[in-house]
Design a protein. Structure first.
Length: 188
């Protein structure tokens, strides 16, 4: 006597039953329908229904359009890396709280300041004294890194005379301390 399979109800003829093409055809039809259903499910597995996931019909899953309120490829680079760490960004040069990141604009300002300081240092290097000589006449002669010489003389009348020699050019400055407390400088 024929029995049926547990899952799809296919007819299994008994060993003593005569072969019936109709039973075999019914089994094949059932198998065909179930294989088609299985294939259809496999083809649509993972597919997202626009009516559920893209209600505004823009081709982007609705809840994936923004990340923490930011739109990817608009105000967030496409290759951005997201982490759970939120580091506050400051846009000033006075912040002292540890753990905050400096805004790139402030980095640029710092770079400009470094360039300015380096330029100033280059100018000052020429003014650095490389040799100081205390002369017998109580004057002091300083030789600068750029080759200039500055001789300072403390005169007996209370004035100070400074002579700056730059190559062939000589500039003299005489400083007088007046009795009223003012200072007079004469450059020649």
């Amino acid at each position: 006597m024929a029995t049926q399979t547990k899952n799809y109800g296919l007819t299994k003829p008994d060993i003593n039953d005569f072969y019936d093409v109709g039973i075999d055809n019914n089994n094949m039809d059932t198998i065909d329908i179930e294989l088609k259903n299985l294939n259809d499910k496999a083809l649509t597995a993972g597919d997202m229904s626009k009516s559920i996931y893209d209600k505004n019909n823009n081709g982007i899953v609705d809840n994936a359009e923004k990340v923490n309120g930011h739109t990817v490829e608009v105000d967030v680079p496409a290759d951005a890396k997201f982490t759970d760490t939120i580091t506050p960004i400051v846009n000033n040069l006075t912040e002292t709280t540890p753990g905050k990141a400096l805004d790139a604009m402030q980095g640029k300002i710092l770079d400009e300041k470094i360039v300015e300081v380096n330029a100033s240092l280059s100018a000052i290097e020429g003014l650095q004294t490389t040799q100081t000589v205390f002369n017998a006449d109580d004057s002091i002669t300083e030789t600068k890194a750029d080759g200039r010489t500055l001789t300072t003389t403390f005169n007996t009348d209370g004035t100070i005379t400074e002579v700056l020699a730059v190559g062939e050019t000589i500039t003299t400055k005489t400083t007088t301390f007046n009795s009223d407390g003012s200072i007079t400088e004469v450059i020649s």
